[in-house]
Design a protein around this ligand. Structure first.
Ligand code: SAH
Length: 343
């Protein structure tokens, strides 16, 4: 019989499990606190439980179904974690601290591989294997906390996979973060390559976290060259969907734009982009392309990056340039390709 998987379960579900196993109900709260407040990954460390209860838990329950296989630390102290799932597949997650801030941001995966085929992204080269369950999504955070002793304060769904194509598990995992891990909705961001029907669903369900859109192009011609999804969900339709999203939710979206040298980084592109998103309630986050061995693209020049930024700012947008984190350990955006696993 499968063991009862604890991470992801609500207090009520753990209570039911305890009662079904002839334990008193209040033991559940102790287990719950060990898991979600203290990130303890070992029944023997749950010292306020009797030995008999701990033995029962070991026999009938498991804390996680995934395990940490490898951890790498970058020069800038970014950490990359390789997790092995129960079926032997692997996914990666990244933990980043930004200077002068207490925030600790975890970037987590939602799928094994990815089906979107963006030409500049290393994860795309893996192809798609399967969706993660909601529990597997949040176990990444649990294990990061258990192994570092640190509390994750912000979560970005920007690891491997397309979160909105694993919609139900993604939504369930957001609920679990909010309820079990007590992470505020405003500290959670989901990034999507633009799955129009799923964005419409989010708009209708009072999604209180931040939606980021990997736009990466000023029009459909350039976008469909680098993001095949743009053949199905086209640029103009996507912008209309985002506009109605901001109207319905009253929330601003983040437009992500990877600057790739010679592909989408000209001043002409910046002007076109500024025009295209002028009526979209949004901030812009520019990402300098991170090179990797699986693609031939080049970084943009520093000058092009600054000019691009100025043009958008002059149009009235708030623009940030995403700090590059963890590039020396292939933990930067678009570099998550399980290199360590395949070695
Ligand atoms: N599938 C979702 C979540 C991935 S988020 C999405 O597309 O938004 C990862 C972000 O890094 C995306 O914006 C992606 O387009 C970007 N990215 C991919 N490859 C990159 C690279 N080589 N350099 C910089 N950013 C990259």
């Amino acid at each position: 019989m499968d063991k009862f998987l604890l991470i992801g379960k609500s207090l009520q579900e753990i209570e039911k499990f305890m009662v079904d196993n002839n334990q008193s109900k209040f033991r559940a709260k102790q287990v719950y606190n060990w898991l979600y407040l203290k990130s303890v990954n070992d029944f023997d460390k749950m010292t306020d439980l009797s030995i008999q209860t701990r033995e029962l838990l070991k026999e009938k329950a498991q804390i996680c179904s995934i395990s940490l296989k490898e951890k790498q630390v970058s020069k800038d102290s970014t950490m990359k974690f390789l997790f092995e799932l129960g079926d032997g597949n692997c996914v990666e997650a990244v933990l980043m601290r930004f200077d002068n801030r207490a925030n600790l941001t975890a970037c987590i995966s939602t799928q094994v591989g990815c089906a979107m085929g963006c030409t500049f992204c290393a994860t795309a080269k893996l192809g798609f294997n399967r969706n993660l369950t909601a529990s597997e999504i949040i176990q990444q955070i649990f294990l990061i906390q258990a192994h570092t002793g640190l509390k994750v304060t912000n979560i970005v769904y920007m690891g491997q996979g397309e979160p909105l194509l694993n919609f139900d598990n993604f939504i369930d995992s957001v609920k679990m973060f909010r309820e079990q891990f007590q992470v505020g909705a405003r500290r959670i961001t989901v990034s999507t390559c633009g799955i129009i029907p799923a964005i419409n669903k989010l708009a209708d369900m009072d999604f209180q976290s931040t939606l980021a859109i990997s736009l990466h192009a000023p029009d459909n011609d350039i976008r469909k060259e680098i993001m095949p999804i743009s053949k199905k969900y086209q640029f103009d339709g996507l912008l209309d969907t985002l506009k109605s999203y901001t109207q319905k939710t009253g929330r601003r979206v983040t437009v992500e734009y990877v600057l790739i040298g010679g592909v989408n980084d000209s001043q002409e592109d910046a002007k076109k982009l500024a025009y295209a998103i002028s009526k979209l309630k949004s901030n812009v986050n520019l990402i300098v392309y991170n090179p990797h061995e699986k693609s031939e693209y080049k970084k943009p020049s520093k000058e092009n990056v600054m000019k691009f930024k100025y043009i958008l700012e002059a149009s009235g947008k708030k623009v940030t340039i995403r700090l590059e984190r963890g590039a020396d350990i292939d933990a930067a955006c678009g570099q998550l390709s399980l290199k360590t696993k395949n070695k």
